[in-house]
Design a protein around this ligand. Sequence first.
Ligand SMILES: NC(=O)c1ccc[n+]([C@@H]2O[C@H](COP(=O)([O-])OP(=O)(O)OC[C@H]3O[C@@H](n4cnc5c(N)ncnc54)[C@H](O)[C@@H]3O)[C@@H](O)[C@H]2O)c1
Length: 424
Amino acid sequence: MSQSQHISRRVFLQTTGAIAVGATFAARSYAKVVGANDRIRIGFIGAGGMASGHMQAIRDLREKNNLEPVIVADCWKTRAEQGAKILGISNAVADYHQVLDNKDVDYVTIATPEHRHAQMTLDAMGAGKAIYCEKPMTHTLPEAVAVMKKQKETKLPLQIGVQAMSDDSYASAGKAIREGVIGQVVQAQIEYVRRYDKEGPWRVPDLKEDTPKPDDLDWDNWLGSAPKVAWNPHHYFEWRNYAAYSGGICTDLFIHRITRIMKACDLLYPRRVVGMGGIWQWNDGRDLPDNFEMICEYPRGMTVYVLGTMSNRVGIDHLIRGYRGTLYFTPGGWVAKDKDDKVLAEHKKTGGEDILLHHTNLQNHLRKGEPLNCPVELGMAGVAAVCMANESWRTGQMMAWDAKNETMVPANTLDLSHLPEKDA
Ligand SMILES: NC(=O)c1ccc[n+]([C@@H]2O[C@H](COP(=O)([O-])OP(=O)(O)OC[C@H]3O[C@@H](n4cnc5c(N)ncnc54)[C@H](O)[C@@H]3O)[C@@H](O)[C@H]2O)c1
């Protein structure tokens, strides 16, 4: 294992609490901002589809967890006002910097399209805020590197919104695997399948080409650093179909799945990745695939296969294969069986894939230093896997992780081993 991989893995173990020191450090660094019994005050950036889920969650947790929603920003002001209404507050603004300038706010929830995550997260850390940022952590890999760097400098808590990390099944599977329950792990499979109606993935039925831009929507602010284009309702309402704003199936859906296997198998950066698929069914102007699969090979000596189609919802088991047995994820948790189907161990989950639990984990981190369930290290390594898969698809090459330079490169430009790395 290279030095930089070694360091990031050690830091990762600290941050996730596998080494107790990490939790202590995190608690001390943030204790000055939120005391154990203080009310936690929350600002919202983005007030669209997913944000309404966050707002409901904070409303539901308000009394129990001693919370106070303070301010909502959306570059479509009407949406900010609708969000404020859900929360029962009146402070609705169009410019997200007003959320960051608000001294009352302890943490911000960022639920905007992917291409805005990095700038907003960097700005929020610049303003000294803790952050719950929706997945994927960033749209691109260089952005992930910049966010990781700033988080290490500021030490500000950053929870990435892969909420299944607050389902204890994955950490518990990780513990069982470390203890050798299924022996040497060699392979995992998981999927994200859906079947869309005739409009295809992420299309709004009957959306008209000439839908005008709402007067109170700041289009330039929505675009951010994306290429400047004239108002386009398909881009605004259906952004997941365009590479300027999203990575499509990979970054929107697979990020949930790969992060589960990463947590269960103690994985960070893949060694090699391939992505395959195409625009097979809905060639409607999208520039991202509507069917996609990826395979990631990890330095510990295992592959992870992620199946994906948007045309058929027949899935496959989510499981991890070891030499001694197989660990199957089930709706209730997981069960590990040997080759004769004898149960080796099982786990009944106490929670689930739940944003209430994920917010509570961040709040407990702020108050008591509880380790974050989806820290920046998992966020960045997840972005690496899915961006490498998309780049593989786009360029027709196998991609590899260049640990020294923290970037992806064509796999045939590095002299990579086919053996497990000793301490991976
Ligand atoms: N964790 C999950 O299960 C889950 C589920 C759905 C969506 N998401 C994530 O949530 C995020 C948002 O997705 P969505 O479906 O809510 O999208 P959306 O388009 O419905 O909402 C995004 C909102 O952000 C606002 N916005 C964009 N730029 C802004 C800016 N500069 N300042 C203020 N507001 C701005 C938009 O106006 C819009 O209202 C994405 O990252 C997505 O991947 C996560």
